[in-house]
Design a protein around this ligand. Structure first.
Ligand code: AOF
Ligand code: ZN
Length: 336
């Protein structure tokens, strides 16, 4: 049973991913339905924010008794509330499903589907491939539980972790293939965030529909390329609360969240990166590493926020993906 449960749960993950980046701030969800003989009779996934949920999409394809006595697999606890759509628990009961297998509990406090299903006499197994299910919906979990956007910090470094020489020269550390990948990645995020330091040093265009610049003292020149395109929100000391004399980064992110920004891609130097890390505001780091050594202590580092004397105080990360782009490597880390 365990192997079969995991097999169909993986199928749910695959289906869920079809909705990736189209459902925020809602989760990505896939659903597989088996009849009482163990044959797959329907599949569905959540296609877009506000539309029907995965379970309903799968069950609506079936006649009323086709899945009677069968098993429903879904990577997230079925909902039991009226949101933009009616409760999935109701349609699961209508179809007389016997067993429901779930990847993870819903973090939405309005949802209590497992209890409702159990009360109706349905056998529920929850927590199948739970870690993978949680990783899949990491953006939803962050948005729902913290009311903050999911933050990915991107950096491009030499093998010894430097983003530029001491004079600020950084063009280019990584190859064209790696930089082209960055252009593609940006599209998956609601917002690009950067600092006045980066705008002043590099004058980047950062083509995107929405950009946020942290510019406490309104230092960036009005003719910077970043203003040429897209909507821009400049956080300054006049519109943002301060913390220890700096812009309160959490409050900037809260502000973005309240404007409907659910994912943020940060491209900046070591100062902002270090400050965000210290404030616990980074969820993931994407690091492109070029096979080059600067071999100079005065070169600038990708994170520069601490004065740490013990390696035991270093921030732990977990690498969850590695991929080559030309001669460079992209490491994706979760901040633990
Ligand atoms: C989804 N898709 O497949 C599942 C969800 O406003 P509603 O009706 O769309 O409800 C959204 C909530 O429903 C969402 O926050 C999550 O807790 C739950 N499950 N949501 O968008 C799905 N299964
Ligand atoms: Zn639902």
């Amino acid at each position: 049973m365990k192997n079969l449960d995991e097999k169909y749960m993986k199928e749910c993950f695959k289906l869920a991913l079809k909705g990736q980046n189209k459902t925020t701030p809602n989760p990505i969800v896939g659903c597989v339905v088996l009849n009482k003989n163990g044959k797959v009779v329907s599949k569905g996934y959540h296609k877009r924010y506000g539309e029907y949920h995965a379970e309903r999409n799968a069950l609506l394809k079936l006649k009323n008794n086709e899945a009677e006595g069968g098993t429903l697999y879904v990577n997230l606890e079925p909902c039991s509330h009226y949101g933009k759509t009616p409760p999935c628990v109701d349609i699961i009961l209508e179809h007389k499903i016997k067993r429901v297998v779930i990847g993870m509990r819903d973090v939405n406090p309005e949802v209590n589907g497992i209890k409702k299903l159990e009360e109706a006499g349905i056998e529920v197994t929850c927590g199948v491939l739970k870690e993978e299910a949680e990783h899949l919906n990491r953006v939803f979990i962050k948005n729902m539980t913290k009311k903050l956007p999911y933050v990915v910090l991107k950096t491009a470094t030499t093998m010894d972790g430097k983003i530029s020489t001491k004079t600020g020269d950084s063009k280019w550390i990584t190859s064209e293939v790696a930089r082209a990948e960055v252009y593609k990645m940006r599209k998956d995020f609601d917002c690009i965030m950067t600092s006045s330091n980066t705008v002043i040093a590099d004058n980047p265009s950062m083509v995107h529909k929405f950009k946020c610049i942290l510019d406490k003292n309104s230092r960036i020149p009005k003719n910077s390329k970043i203003f040429e395109q897209g909507e821009i929100y400049v956080a300054t000391k006049d519109n943002t609360p301060l913390k220890d004399g700096y812009l309160d980064l959490k409050s900037v992110l809260e502000n973005l969240f309240n404007r409907g920004i659910y994912t943020v891609f940060v491209e900046c130097g070591g100062t902002l990166a270090g400050a965000l890390l210290k404030e616990n505001l980074i969820d993931e780091v994407y690091q492109f590493i070029a096979p080059k050594i600067l071999n100079d202590n005065s070169g600038k580092s990708c994170f520069n926020g601490n004065n740490i004397l013990k390696i035991s105080e270093a921030r732990p990360l977990k690498i969850y993906s590695t991929k080559m782009f030309g001669d460079d490597i992209l490491l994706k880390y979760k901040v633990l």
